[in-house]
Structure formats: structure tokens, C-alpha cells
Design a protein around this ligand. Structure first.
Ligand code: SF4
Length: 144
């Protein structure tokens, strides 16, 4: 589990327009069965500095800004339908169960921290518990 102070970026809340602003958030691919928006694109953090990663936004119904995610894990702890898994520790979820990413490794350069992956986003019941729990507001949930 990381905190805001542990990471070398100033996490910015996920953009409310992430699903509609196709200029800044085009669909750039798919990963783990989820759409990825703005993958590979340089984006700015809350201090207007470039994020060190270019991972983009993963998921649609449950969209997680992976460049802002700090691997806090509280989204996983509160989700009543357990739809999240750790990207780098698949099959596992919850605070403290993220894979520790060591500085100076290629994995650190790519991810900085583990990332919460909404792998079963179709099971969302729109309770909004994860949105409230996330300490950096990296999740946007949109009901159809
Ligand atoms: S809104 Fe509720 S059900 Fe949907 S991902 Fe968040 S915590 Fe889980």
C-alpha cells in the first residue's frame, strides 16, 4: 500500500469527461478485456508536471485513472461485488496485497505502483463506495 507521500507524482482526480472527451481520451487499446483510453499519451498531474507513467484510463463503467492510482487498495476493500484485482498481483485484491514495485526496475519505470484493475466491471451495482473511498479520486463510475 502506498500513500500520496510515497509516490513521485501529484495525483490528479480523474477527469469527469473521461468517457466523452475523445480528443484527450481516445480509446487507444484494450487490456484484460477492458477498454484503455489515452494509453501511451503524456498527461499532466495536479502540479502540471508530466506524470511519470503513460498508462491511461482502464475500464469504462468503472474507469480507473492508472496514472493517478497510488495502490491504496481501499476501492477493493469496500466493493461489495469484489470486481477489482491488482494488475501486478492478479487474482488478489485488498489493501496491502498489491505487488511492491522496486525503484530502479523496468516495472517501476512502467507502473510506479501496482494498479487497481476493474476486471469484472460489468458486475458493478453502482453503489459508489469505491469513488468515495479512493484517497486520490482516481475512479469514475458511470451507470448506463
Ligand atoms: S460502484 Fe460499488 S459495485 Fe461498482 S466498482 Fe465501485 S464499489 Fe464496486
Amino acid at each position: 500500500m502506498a500513500t500520496k507521500e510515497d509516490v513521485d507524482f501529484d495525483s490528479k482526480p480523474i477527469d469527469d469527461n473521461v468517457l466523452t472527451d475523445e480528443k484527450n481520451y481516445p480509446v487507444t487499446g484494450e487490456e484484460d478485456g477492458l477498454k484503455v483510453r489515452a494509453g501511451g499519451m503524456q498527461r499532466l498531474d495536479n502540479s502540471n508536471k508530466p506524470y511519470p507513467t503513460k498508462l491511461g484510463i482502464h475500464g469504462t463503467t468503472v474507469a480507473v485513472d492508472w496514472d493517478g492510482c497510488i495502490a491504496d487498495g481501499s476501492c477493493m476493500d469496500v466493493c461489495p461485488v469484489s470486481l477489482f484485482e491488482w494488475k501486478l498481483n492478479p487474482g488478489n485484491s485488498g489493501t496491502g496485497n498489491d505487488k511492491k514495485v522496486e525503484k530502479g526496475t523496468p516495472e517501476y519505470d512502467q507502473y510506479r505502483t501496482d494498479k487497481t484493475n476493474p476486471v469484472r466491471e460489468s458486475e458493478c451495482i453502482f453503489c459508489m463506495a469505491c469513488v468515495t473511498a479512493c484517497p486520490v479520486t482516481a475512479i469514475k463510475v458511470t451507470s448506463a
